[in-house]
Design a binder for this molecule. Structure first.
Ligand code: ATP
Ligand code: MG
Length: 387
């Protein structure tokens, strides 16, 4: 496994009295593609600026390869940055934009030979698929091409680390997807560590080795895309990382949770007996079945066609769930649902409980759930526990 390259240790950043990063601890491995993901204002750019040396943390330390670098200025760090607004030199052509950094004096006081500059710049244009564009004025390039010039310019100095702050924010969906693939392959080909910022969860899941989910200056979870999606730590992460129904549950035993007065098998264990929990059910993990076979029944109230799937909203006695399905059930129809044990994920209650994962403006009807309408379902009378 890769070794650690960067570490933020107990980093706090405050502007005046406002704490925008709160005691952040994070390590980034060599050659890793790590993404900082979170809503606007959560501290992503601030974190990048601290790594890049543009901002000193109010307290805490930054280490590079085990050496404390709090006082090392940006140009002496082996780090380059691609900013959200890629500031290209509009009076220079593509080649000169990329070669610009190479023409400057090196930290060792030497300058590169002209032939070496040409070779490196041309190699980098090839990496970003812009060979043949050398002489073009950057103002004549498309957004995606300009972005690739900015990336080539940042990579040409062979930084150990590239910091990318929402680099695809300005591009349309199609181009964004193409550039995501391109960036991922550039990262793999060059072996440069990428620290990538986005507020787009799909982008984070698609590109990263490691995703860091942030909220209000606090890291909520660090993990692989699969971990973050399948095993979110709390309701904030579950909600931010994709569509989720998040409902109250009571853990009855290892592998058994009660939701809406019904028992559901799950794979989670290690909770106290009758511990109140948050239960995440992803919209694609709900199976629609005949009413007689359903563990719960509900009424379809809304349908949105999404291409491959329909998004349907189903009302379970006032609780509205989002379900994604290929089977069209018309509005007003009553459906049964089942959920496989691996479609249920149990989370500890947290400060975010009750704030996310609800597709209705419910509340009062909660107590009615599990009432007589569901009595056809035999298990409910055999349970031997009270709701
Ligand atoms: N120089 C500064 N002075 C005062 N407050 C600042 C400064 N820089 C950032 N902030 C505040 O710190 C918080 C975090 O800002 P930051 O730019 O890191 O957020 P972000 O996660 O990058 O958001 P976005 O997705 O909108 O770019 C915000 O509330 C912002 O207003
Ligand atoms: Mg930002």
């Amino acid at each position: 496994m890769s070794k650690e390259l960067i570490r933020l240790a107990n980093c706090t950043m405050a502007f005046d009295e406002e704490v925008v990063l709160n005691n952040m601890n994070l390590h980034i491995n060599d050659k890793e593609f790590l993404t900082l993901l979170g809503p606007s204002g959560c501290g992503k750019t601030t974190t990048l600026r601290i790594i890049g040396g543009f901002q000193k943390p109010t307290s805490g330390d930054v280490f590079f390869d085990g050496v404390r670098i709090n006082d090392v200025p940006p140009h002496k760090r082996m780090v380059n940055t691609v900013f959200q607004k890629y500031a290209l030199f509009t009076h220079l052509n593509v080649f000169d934009n990329v070669a610009f950094g190479l023409k400057l004096q090196r930290p060792d006081g030497n300058k590169l030979e002209k032939s070496e500059i040409t070779k490196r710049a041309m190699d980098m244009l090839e990496v970003v698929s812009l060979k043949g564009f050398e002489k073009r004025a950057v103002s004549t390039l498309s957004g995606g091409q300009q972005q690739r010039v900015a990336i080539a310019r940042a990579l040409v100095n062979h930084p150990k680390v590239l910091l990318l702050d929402e680099p695809l924010g300005a591009l349309d969906m199609r181009l964004r997807k193409d550039m995501q693939n391109e960036l991922k392959s550039i990262q793999q080909v060059t072996g440069i560590t990428f620290v990538y910022v986005t507020h787009d969860q799909e982008e984070a899941l698609a590109m990263s080795d490691t995703v860091v989910v942030m909220e209000s200056g606090v890291i909520q979870q660090v993990g692989t895309p699969e971990d973050i999606y399948n095993e979110p730590k709390n309701a904030f992460v579950a909600d931010f990382i994709g569509e989720s129904n998040i409902v109250d549950g009571i853990m009855l035993a290892d592998g058994l949770v009660e939701i809406f007065g019904r028992k559901f098998k799950c794979l989670d264990s290690g909770f106290a007996s009758r511990e109140p929990v948050d239960v995440v059910i992803r919209p694609e993990d709900v199976d629609i079945v005949d009413v007689k076979d359903g563990v719960l029944t509900g009424t379809v109230t809304n349908i949105t066609f999404r291409g491959v799937l329909y998004d349907i909203i189903v009302d379970f006695k006032g609780f509205k769930w989002l379900i994604q399905t290929t089977d069209l059930s018309p509005i007003g129809s009553v459906i049964g649902i089942k959920i496989d044990p691996d479609g249920i994920h149990i989370m500890k209650k947290s400060a975010f409980s009750g704030m996310f994962g609800d597709y209705s403006s419910y509340s009062a009807e909660y107590d009615e759930i599990g009432d007589a309408e569901y009595e056809y379902e035999p298990e409910s009378t055999e349970d031997g526990y009270e709701t």
